[in-house]
Design a protein around this ligand. Structure first.
Ligand code: ZN
Length: 215
């Protein structure tokens, strides 16, 4: 069984990669990173390589021509990546059963209470039964040889505290990840707001005391 993580270089997917490696062993984990023409491609690629080198995970970089010139994510972008990734997996690991993982569909209700920035735009995974549709796509296209998982569906960032400890994902790891819509840590965009929230609240065990570090 191959465990395939769609890796962007940000916190979510690098945490997902860490989880998969600790649970399944690096030799059974594969990462896919997309070149979609993003402005941060070089920096994201560097971050992705930092994580895959750290764990000794095989990395594939795939090209997908999606317009990423506007500052926000494009609705519909993620399903295209999933479709491209699963076709790649089938060609590469014809005889193996695989599971494809994305870190979409957080539920931020708890996070908003502690200053997590509201977003005024929606992405693919916010719409309808995204997981059900993607599961149909992935399993249907591969006759059930590839499975689909969304490990953080319905979870808040704050609820990731036990994962950080369990899988040993550190502040140093967070600081090697990259996500900024404007460029290099602009401090103003949604992604930078999320990073500040992660550093201030999620990694700071004294904040938000009703969520126990050891739960
Ligand atoms: Zn930014």
């Amino acid at each position: 069984m191959k465990h395939v993580m769609l890796l962007s270089g940000g916190f979510d997917s690098s945490l997902g990669l860490t989880k998969l490696v600790k649970e399944n062993g690096a030799e059974n984990v594969v990462a896919i990173f997309f070149n979609i023409g993003q402005r941060n491609f070089e920096r994201e690629n560097e971050a992705v390589k930092w994580f895959t080198d750290k764990y000794g995970v095989k990395l594939f970089v795939l090209d997908l021509p999606v317009d990423r010139t506007s500052k926000n994510e494009k609705p519909g972008r993620n399903p295209l990546m999933i479709l491209k990734a699963l076709n790649f997996i089938r060609s590469k690991y014809e005889d193996d059963e695989c599971t494809l993982y994305t870190m979409d569909e957080w539920c931020h209700t708890d996070d908003y209470k502690y200053g997590y920035p509201h977003r005024d735009f929606s992405v693919s995974c916010d719409v309808g039964d995204y997981k059900g549709l993607m599961t149909q796509l992935v399993e249907g296209e591969t006759s059930g040889k590839v499975h689909f998982e969304m490990p953080v569906k319905g979870k808040s960032l704050l609820s990731m505290r036990p994962w950080l400890k369990k899988y040993n994902y550190t502040l140093d790891d967070l600081q090697h990840s990259i996500s900024c819509y404007a460029g290099t840590n602009c401090g103003k965009c949604y992604a930078c707001g999320k990073r500040k929230y992660l550093e201030d609240v999620v990694f700071n065990k004294d904040a938000a005391p009703e969520f126990g570090w050891d739960e």
